[in-house]
Design a protein around this ligand. Sequence first.
Ligand code: ZN
Length: 155
Amino acid sequence: MKFLADCTLGKLTLWLRILGYDTAYSRSTIDRSLLNQGLIEERIVLTRRRDMLKRNYSGMVMILWADRVWDQIEELKKNINLEPSLEILFSRCVNCNTKLHEVSRADIEGRVPSYIFKTHAQFHTCQHCGRIFWPGTHRERMLTAMAEHNLFHHP
Ligand SMILES: [Zn+2]
C-alpha cells in the first residue's frame, strides 16, 4: 500500500512513514499533476480537500475527514484496511521516505554524539538524505502514543 499525500496532510505523512509505509508528500495542494503522479506511481492519493469528490479520476483518491492524525489513521484502517504492523515499523526515513539500512557501529562513529554511540548498539541510516536513526527515547514515546491509540489492533 503506497500513498501520495498533499500539503493538507503533513503530520499524517510523517506518521505513515514512521509506520513504514511508502508515502510521498507534496508541498502543494492536490491538482491534476499530483493526481497524475498518483496514477503513474500507483499510489493512493490522500487529501483533506472535499471538493475532490466531484472530479473524474481513474486512480484512487481518499478524502480524510478527521482533523486529528490518530483519527485519520483510524479512517485509513476502516476504509482501506490499513493494518499497521510492527514488522515494518521504523523502516523508513521520516525525512525523505527512503528505506533505511542497518549500518555497523564503526560506520557511524563520529557522526553521532559520543554518548549516543556509547549507549546504542543498533543504527540505521538513510542513504538518500544521510540521517542516522537509533532506538531512543523519542521512539519510546512514539510507541507509547501508538499503543494508546490502539494502532496495532485490527478488529
Ligand atoms: Zn532520508
